[in-house]
Design a protein around this ligand. Structure first.
Ligand SMILES: Cc1cc2nc3c(=O)[nH]c(=O)nc-3n(C[C@H](O)[C@H](O)[C@H](O)COP(=O)(O)OP(=O)(O)OC[C@H]3O[C@@H](n4cnc5c(N)ncnc54)[C@H](O)[C@@H]3O)c2cc1C
Length: 400
């Protein structure tokens, strides 16, 4: 009888396997339902794999997790992005920190990460069984009976890392765990609006987006897409508001500030600009740093005549432009995925996990990690970091 079963060969399962050490590894079987493990790692970061994020203070790091913030603090004190970097680099996978602090392999190829994880699991003599869908787990006197397509096997311990599929949640419910209903996180907003129509590709270095109904706001770069709006600011709101936006059926209003000024500051700025450049054409001269095409669109929508000079821009027009640029209201109807990247908010209730070891409090000798937990983060490498850290804790716990 092998001692340990790992169910699911994704980031969390493989990182655990890679850290078990030979003594535990050679007692371990990893069950993966597909013919190729680590598929999400392969496609992640556009095929480059955004392994982690250059944020080395656990207190700062947890701020990127809408769910799991409190629980992950102690986990990151044991294994954080600096440890992830050290772990891969000591195994000859060189990493680089990009300008926005995301960390990738220097190869810009997720295969470097996959090959490393697989080599480490192999070194530990973990038996990898592909095309093995685990259908049922039953507690027994000495541990667990794991039933897969090929048969039933007994194990003393189970490490459950199957991602966020509905089936996995069912297995857990049958084992007595409480599941927080899964809903999507990390999505872009669908908006049909004359002000954005045919402007896809235009980006704003900074925008502040708020959802007045939920009293939520986020800031960051923003991008006009074919369907509406995307970019870090929007994705952040989608993650922090994942549960509430699901309840609203993804129909809500957002308010956007496109410039780093409030309405009154914008009024003052435009009035000053008008007095300093009275003869200049309003259409030709965009006084703001965002692209001219958006400036033109706002003027068109507000019906500002094309041949107008700043001296003829009246009080009402200046007020309307200021409102549009600092408090523009847009109606969101629906969501789209962001470059196919998405995560699930929801999963195993965190009160049922001992975060020193990742062992279930409901079921002794049963460990959980990865997206199956009610933990998720915004984009930037944080979701993988949670998998690495949790997997590491399990491997340490099993070393006894
Ligand atoms: C397109 C995309 C890009 C992403 N890019 C990034 C990124 O760059 N950086 C980042 O931090 N995060 C990224 N994410 C999020 C990240 O991929 C996930 O958070 C992470 O993969 C979760 O790992 P996991 O091991 O918990 O689950 P998974 O990666 O989903 O792995 C679970 C594995 O278990 C197997 N499995 C499931 N059920 C069973 C069963 N019953 N029996 C046997 N096997 C089973 C599955 O086949 C799968 O291989 C991305 C997500 C997507 C979808």
């Amino acid at each position: 009888m092998r001692k340990i079963a790992i169910i699911g060969g994704g980031a969390a399962g493989f990182f655990t396997a890679a850290n078990l050490g030979k003594e535990r590894g050679n007692q371990t079987v990893l069950f993966e339902q597909s013919s190729a493990p680590l598929q999400k790692v392969r496609v992640s970061g556009g095929g480059r794999c955004n392994v982690t994020h250059a944020c080395f203070d656990p207190k700062e790091l947890v701020e990127f997790y809408p769910r799991g913030k409190k629980e992950l603090l102690s986990v990151f004190h044991k294994f954080q992005p600096g440890d992830t970097m050290g772990w891969f680099e000591s195994r000859k996978v060189s990493l680089k920190i990009e300008d926005d602090n995301r960390i990738f392999p220097i190869s810009d190829n997720s295969m470097s990460i996959i090959e490393c994880l697989m080599a480490e699991a192999k070194k530990n003599q973990v038996e990898i069984r592909l095309n093995e869908n685990v259908q049922k787990i039953t507690p027994t006197e000495n541990g667990f009976l794991v039933q897969s397509k090929s048969g039933s096997y007994e194990f003393e311990k189970v490490i459950f890392t199957p991602g966020s599929s509905v089936k996995s949640m069912e297995i857990l419910k049958n084992l007595g765990h409480k599941i927080v209903k899964p809903v999507p996180s990390l999505f872009t907003f669908n908006i049909k609006d004359q002000r954005l129509k045919d402007l896809m590709g235009i980006s704003f270095e900074w925008a502040e987006i708020s959802i007045p109904e939920l009293k939520m706001e986020a800031e960051g770069p923003m991008l006009i897409t074919h369907w509406g709006l995307s970019g870090p600011g929007i994705l952040r709101l989608s993650a922090w508001g994942a549960l509430e936006l699901h309840k609203l059926n993804y129909e809500f209003e957002i308010k956007i500030n496109f410039i780093q000024k409030d309405k009154n500051e914008c009024l003052d700025f435009l009035n000053k600009f008008k007095s300093e450049h009275p003869k200049k054409s309003v259409y030709k001269i965009n006084p703001f740093s965002f692209p001219k095409r958006f400036w033109h669109r706002i003027l068109e929508v507000l019906k500002v005549p094309v041949d107008l000079n700043y001296s003829n821009l009246n009080k009402n027009q200046i007020m309307q432009i200021s409102i549009e640029l600092t408090e523009g209201i847009y109606k969101v109807k629906g969501k789209s995925t962001f470059k196919d990247e998405f995560v699930t908010a929801g999963g195993v209730d965190l009160r049922e996990i001992n975060f020193k070891t990742m062992e279930s409090k409901v079921l002794p000798n049963f460990y959980l990690a990865g997206e199956i937990l009610n933990i998720d983060a915004i984009t930037g490498g944080f979701n993988f970091q949670a998998c690495w850290s949790e997997g590491f804790l399990i491997s340490e716990a099993l070393k006894g």
